[in-house]
Design a protein around this ligand. Structure first.
Ligand code: UDP
Ligand code: MG
Length: 313
């Protein structure tokens, strides 16, 4: 019998934990042709999430729990769950029931028909702020213009991966992880499955603007060197302007009496060039920061507790 792993990242999800487990459990029971394991990754929650997960794991031997020593973020939590799963295929799904667990059955069907990655494509999104919808829409289009890979539009992290694609993905150990982009990069036979995204079952989003911006930065810098090239282009254009400025200065010096009034021009030039230099340095700094964090080769996460795993697993 094939084994199906389901990975659920959880951060302060006490309001949804039980309901989420119940629905996943029902769906997985329905897939009776498969054995399954349900892996919850507690991403350093500060509420009762871990306690609830302990209770669930105590009752259900198919449930496993990985608990982080602190909050490492959604993308890392997903990675940890996938690292620690044994399935012939693995599904990643949010804890908040925005992605209906029932869709997993359809994903499994597509997998049996030969797809190696089945990703959920959001059809309708209820209960999301206009800002989130709009920013998501333009973000995906923007990143696709910049990125070296085609990242499918309107997809999140709800997807099924076959063992081959999964192992390829897990071979990428970079620190700044934009999982949906990395899975797209891996290739294999990928299939989109449209579904309706529901409102959050309970609780509030764990993705405040700050985390969204960080994810967006990881996506852009992780998959594109365009910002670096932009630095070069801006630097080049500024140099041309500066050269024209030098010619003008010389002309003013040699052929007019107006040199003292050149103060305005001088100030503008200094400020302008200073500003551009800082901008370009900033962009370069972003990449250097990434080189630094990659070079440290830190572990991606620290598991403080493993529940439901046998010894040696
Ligand atoms: N999540 C996580 N770590 C974080 C933030 C979020 O594990 O630092 C989990 C969260 O518990 C949920 C999933 O990632 O299962 C998606 O988060 P959320 O639903 O809050 O994001 P949204 O759907 O609002 O984009
Ligand atoms: Mg959500």
């Amino acid at each position: 019998m094939k084994l199906l792993s389901v990975v659920v990242p959880c951060y302060n999800e006490e309001e949804v934990m039980l309901a989420s487990y119940e629905r996943l459990h029902t769906v997985l029971q329905g897939l009776s042709a498969y054995r399954h394991e349900l892996i919850f990754v507690n991403d350093g929650s500060r509420d009762r999430t871990l306690q609830l997960l302990r209770e669930i794991a105590a009752k259900d031997p198919q449930v496993k729990v990985l608990s982080f020593s602190r909050n490492f973020g959604h993308q890392i939590a997903i990675t940890a769950g996938l690292d620690n799963c044994k399935g012939d295929a693995a599904v990643v799904i949010d804890a908040d029931l925005q992605d209906p667990p029932e869709v997993i059955a359809e994903m499994v069907k597509a997998w049996e028909e030969g797809a190696e990655v089945v990703y959920g494509k959001r059809h309708v999104r209820e209960g999301e702020s206009a800002f989130k919808l709009l920013s998501a829409k333009y973000f995906y289009r923007f990143i696709n213009r910049l990125a070296d890979v085609d990242i499918p539009l309107d997809t999140g992290d709800f997807r099924l991966m076959d063992r081959r694609a999964l192992d390829a993905f897990l071979g990428m150990r970079e620190q700044h992880r934009f999982v949906r982009g990395m899975v797209a990069w891996v290739g294999f036979r990928q299939l989109a499955l449209e579904y309706d995204r529901e409102p959050r079952f309970a609780g509030v989003t764990k993705y405040p603007l700050k985390k969204m911006l960080r994810l967006a930065t990881d996506a852009i810098l992780g998959f594109s060197n365009v910002p670096l090239r932009l630095a070069t282009i801006i630097g080049f254009l500024t140099s041309i302007l500066a050269f024209a400025g030098i010619l003008y200065t010389l002309y003013a010096k040699l052929f007019t009496e107006a040199t003292v009034q050149g103060w305005t021009f001088l100030m503008i030039a200094i400020l302008f060039i200073g500003g551009i230099t800082l901008l370009v340095l900033g962009i370069i700094g972003e990449y250097i920061g990434r080189i630094y964090s990659e070079i440290k080769r830190r572990p991606l996460y620290i598991v403080s507790e493993k529940i439901g795993y046998g010894s040696g697993e």
